[in-house]
Structure formats: structure tokens, C-alpha cells
Design a protein around this ligand. Structure first.
Ligand code: NAD
Length: 487
């Protein structure tokens, strides 16, 4: 295995893991190349799991299941707490690793590590507060007793855009609930997942409780695991298209699914908004991870009276961002994950321009090395353009003008997605009234960032099923069991 010189200079060699992690053992291998998206050069090569490896991972998760389930909640909690502390101690190395393999700016990568570690701290706390119920039957003749039990072996599949946080947001509640897991990280960003598994070992996670597999055959491996009757949970974060395929596959053995899928967030700015606050929020909602976030503002609906000032302010801010490799501390907008991602953004922008939109900054891919697309603002975009329907997943802000509250609501809801939405207005009553009519799982009011481990994260419509984080996140990994007792 090879590592980029930048990385070996920064990081603790203990975090240089690149083999499959099954049953507490590391199995070296090769076959999956990890590229530096700022140059396209080879960063590292990691093992490529075959179907037999996935079966061994299920065996390992099964062998560890009874012991982990029987481990007192306090002990499970303390292991998660140590894992949180180790991630915090190694925050700088983990952030560098994320900036290298994902390309996001170091400031975003540092933010991700802090956010990711918080899921372990939050679920260390929640592990000791698993709820139950004791009720009287309406007839008064009996009591109803409800316990929550770990659901069983969980397969966790994560995307490349938050390589640390999407993994901890699943591992934290699963381990707190008493489940053993198999994590399959995205092949574009496996190094962070392996580095975290190393820290988990150090934190005292017993062998087999967390297993990690990278593969070039995600469909084959996942189908094999879902067909095994010992696997009872699939927790997936990724695109709606892959989510649909996995839901169909999980249906064959009726596996419980939690799905965190794509988004198409509207960002609504009313005439009475505080302009500077709306622009600050817009930059966070659009440019965190250079737009590669499921909660990224994808459509800016701006009321006629504030429209021109908003476009001018957004253009100035987007123009001033420094583009470069994520690991350069000066960078504010890193590369996209792949050349294909740049092609998709280019297609959406070109179609919008051909339909009458105008770019006030940016508008075409950069031609230097690496997968760069410049921060772009589009105005006069037709409301039915492809860029209004598809996830852009890049640093492009299309702005649409609207007149009335009803029109803003109709436009915002005109999508199959319903993950996140943003509203800027000084009139909180108006914002709440409009917010109630927006079809979304999460709504930021005068805020451009809503993610919080203590809050329920997830979407409605085709943005997903279930919630991660908060007090309910742990229940996604538990089954209620009802005891009908005659005393
Ligand atoms: P993706 O759907 O292409 O891949 C996600 C994961 O699924 C990867 O690990 C991939 O290897 C795996 N995968 C692909 N095909 C598979 C198959 N047939 N069977 C099993 N696994 C398979 O998504 P991506 O490009 O990695 O991530 C971007 C997408 O993720 C965007 O749509 C984004 O909105 C979404 N996302 C959603 C959330 C959320 O919380 N709702 C968070 C982050 C990202």
C-alpha cells in the first residue's frame, strides 16, 4: 500500500490501515485505488472484499453478537465514550485524511471530525437510557410491558461525502443498542473508515462487534449479506437511486431498513429577511463541503424585492472563495470527488444556460489538473430546468425569483425529495406558517446549518425512511417486544 507524502508527514502511522477488518483481524489486500481528487494521482490502494469475505464478516458479527448484547449498557457506553475521546485526540490526522481522500477544505474536514465524534459521545449517553414502557390496558384487566431489544446484525453502507460522520452516525446508535455491525464505506473514501476502526480497537470494541469491508462489488456483497437470515438491519446513506434498489433487495428477506437518501433543498429568502444574515446562511448551506452535502441548498427562491441585492451579494462572496486542494489550509473550495461529478455539474449548468439562465460568476469547469468546478451563481433560471429537479452536489447556486408566499411554497414542494429546507425572514410567525407547509424532514429558520447529533436527521418523500441521531436514532436498531403478563 502506498500513501501520499502529504499524508505520511501529518499522520500517526497507527492510522494507516487499509486491509479488511473482520472479527478483530486485519486482512491486507489490494484492488481498490483511492485517488487524490485535487490531482487525480494515486493516494492509496486498499483491499477489495469478495463475497466470501462478506460471509466471514457476518460470521464474525454473529459470533460477537451474544456477548455484546449481554455487555452492560454502562460498559458499552464507556467504550463509545473512549472512542469519542480518541477521535478528538486524533482530530487533526483524521481531518487531514478526510481532506486528502475526499478533497473537502481542511476547515470543513475539521468540522466533520468534531461532528462525527459527537455521535459517539451522544450515543455513549443514550446507551444508558434505553426506554421501556409499562401501561394499563384500557379494560383495566392487565398491564402492557414493552421492552426494547437489539434488532440483530446490522449492515451499514455509507457515502463518500462525509466519510467519518456518516459512519459514526450509524455505528454509535447500533453499538449503544447492543447490535454488532458490518460497515461498508464508499470506495472513494475508505481510509477514514479504516482509521476509525483502528481507534475503535484501541477504545476496547471487542473483536467482531465492528467489521469493515471495502469492495468494488457493493451490489453482490450487500445482496449476499441481506440474504443471510442473521442480518436483520440495513442502514444506508447514499443516493435515492441506490436506496430504491436496496429496499427491493431487503424486501426479499424482510430486513428492516433505515434510508438516508438524496435531497433537493430549497432556500427561501423573503423580502423582510436580514440580507447579510441570509447571505451568511446561504454560503454555509451551499458551500459546506463545496456543495457536496445532502442538505446543500439546491434551489434559491428569492422574493422580488430583495432578489437583485441577494444575487449581487452572493456573487461577490462566491467569487472571493479560494479554490485549491482540500489539504491546503488556505483552501475554501476543494475539488469535486470525481471527474464524473464535474461532468454532471457541467451538464446541469449548461442545460440551465441554454434555457436562458445567466452566470454571474463561474459557469464552466476549470481545466487544470484535478476535479475542480468553480463557485457559480446562476440567475434567471427557469423553474422547470433540470438543475431544479436534480441534486447538483457542487458549488453552484441557481437563483429563482418569486412574488408570493404561496408561490414559494408551491415551488419548494415541487420535487420528489424532502430532506432539508431553509427559510430567511425577520417575521418568525410567517416563517413558521410557511415552514409548516413545506414538505421536509428538517427546516432551518434563519440558520444555514441544522445538523446536530442530538436532533433527528432524515427526510420525507423520496429522501428516506427513519431518522438518525437524537433520542429516536437508537430505536432504529431496536425492536420493541411486548410482554402480555397475567399475574
Ligand atoms: P451512492 O448511492 O452512489 O453510494 C452510497 C454507498 O452505496 C456507497 O458506499 C456505494 O459503494 C454503495 N453502493 C452503490 N451501489 C450499491 C449497491 N447496488 N448495493 C449496495 N451498495 C451500493 O451515493 P454517493 O454518491 O456515495 O453519495 C452521494 C449521495 O448520498 C447523494 O445523493 C446524497 O444526497 C446522499 N447523502 C444523503 C445523506 C442523508 O443523510 N440523507 C447524507 C449524505 C449523503
Amino acid at each position: 500500500m502506498t500513501f501520499h507524502a502529504k499524508f505520511s508527514g501529518y499522520a500517526d502511522p497507527a492510522l494507516h490501515a487499509a486491509g479488511l477488518y473482520i472479527g478483530g483481524k486485519w486482512q491486507s489486500g489490494s484492488g481498490i485505488t483511492v485517488l487524490d481528487p485535487s490531482t487525480g494521482n494515486l493516494l492509496a490502494e486498499v483491499a477489495d472484499a469478495a463475497i466470501e469475505d462478506a460471509q466471514r464478516a457476518v460470521d464474525a458479527a454473529d459470533a460477537a453478537a451474544a456477548g455484546w448484547r449481554a455487555t452492560p449498557a454502562r460498559q458499552r457506553s464507556e467504550i463509545l465514550r473512549r472512542w469519542y475521546q480518541l477521535m478528538t485526540q486524533h482530530a487533526e490526522e483524521l481531518a487531514t485524511l478526510i481532506a486528502l481522500e475526499n478533497g473537502k477544505a481542511l476547515a470543513d474536514a475539521r468540522g466533520e471530525v468534531a461532528y462525527a465524534a459527537e455521535f459517539f459521545r451522544w450515543y455513549a449517553e443514550e446507551a444508558t437510557r434505553i426506554p421501556g414502557e409499562f401501561r394499563h390496558t384500557p379494560s383495566g384487566s392487565h398491564n402492557i410491558l414493552v421492552d426494547h431489544e437489539p434488532i440483530g446484525i446490522a449492515v451499514l453502507i455509507t457515502p463518500w461525502n462525509f466519510p467519518a460522520a456518516m459512519a459514526t452516525r450509524k455505528i454509535g446508535p447500533a453499538l449503544a443498542a447492543g447490535c454488532t455491525v458490518i460497515l461498508k464505506p464508499a470506495s472513494e473514501t475508505p481510509l477514514t473508515a479504516y482509521a476509525m476502526a483502528r481507534l475503535g480497537e484501541e477504545a476496547g470494541v471487542p473483536p467482531g462487534v465492528v467489521n469493515v469491508l471495502t469492495t468494488s462489488n457493493p451490489g453482490g456483497i450487500t445482496n449476499a449479506m441481506l440474504a443471510d437470515p442473521r442480518v436483520r438491519k440495513l442502514s444506508f446513506t447514499g443516493s435515492t437511486g441506490v436506496g430504491r434498489v436496496l429496499l427491493a433487495e431487503a424486501a426479499k428477506s424482510v430486513v428492516s431498513c433505515s434510508m438516508e437518501l438524496g435531497g433537493n433543498a430549497p432556500f427561501i429568502v423573503f423580502d423582510d429577511a436580514h440580507l447579510e444574515a441570509a447571505l451568511d446562511g446561504a454560503m454555509i448551506a451551499k458551500m459546506r463541503n463545496a456543495g457536496e452535502a445532502c442538505t446543500a441548498a439546491n434551489r434559491f427562491y428569492v422574493q422580488a424585492g430583495i432578489h437583485d441585492a441577494f444575487v449581487a451579494g452572493l456573487t461577490a462572496r462566491m467569487k472571493s472563495l479560494k479554490i485549491g486542494p482540500g489539504y491546503d489550509p488556505e483552501t475554501q473550495c476543494g475539488p469535486m470527488i470525481t471527474q464524473n461529478a464535474v461532468r454532471k455539474i457541467d451538464r446541469l449548468v449548461s442545460e440551465a444556460l441554454a434555457a436562458g439562465a445567466r452566470a454571474t460568476t463561474g459557469g464552466k469547469p476549470l481545466t487544470e489538473n484535478g476535479y475542480f468546478y468553480p463557485p457559480t451563481v446562476l440567475e434567471n433560471v427557469p423553474v422547470n430546468a433540470s438543475i431544479a429537479r436534480e441534486e447538483i452536489f457542487g458549488p453552484v447556486a441557481p437563483v429563482y425569483k418569486f412574488e408570493s408566499d404561496d408561490e414559494a411554497i408551491r415551488l419548494a414542494n415541487n420535487t420528489e425529495y424532502g430532506l432539508a429546507a431553509y427559510i430567511y425572514s425577520r417575521d418568525l410567525k410567517r416563517a413558521m406558517k410557511v415552514g409548516k407547509r413545506i414538505e421536509t424532514g428538517m427546516l432551518g429558520i434563519n440558520r444555514g446549518l441544522m445538523s446536530d447529533p442530538a436532533a433527528p436527521f432524515g427526510g420525507v418523500k423520496q429522501s428516506g425512511l427513519g431518522r438518525e441521531g437524537g433520542v429516536t436514532g437508537i430505536l432504529e436498531f431496536m425492536e420493541p417486544k411486548y410482554f402480555a403478563v397475567d399475574y
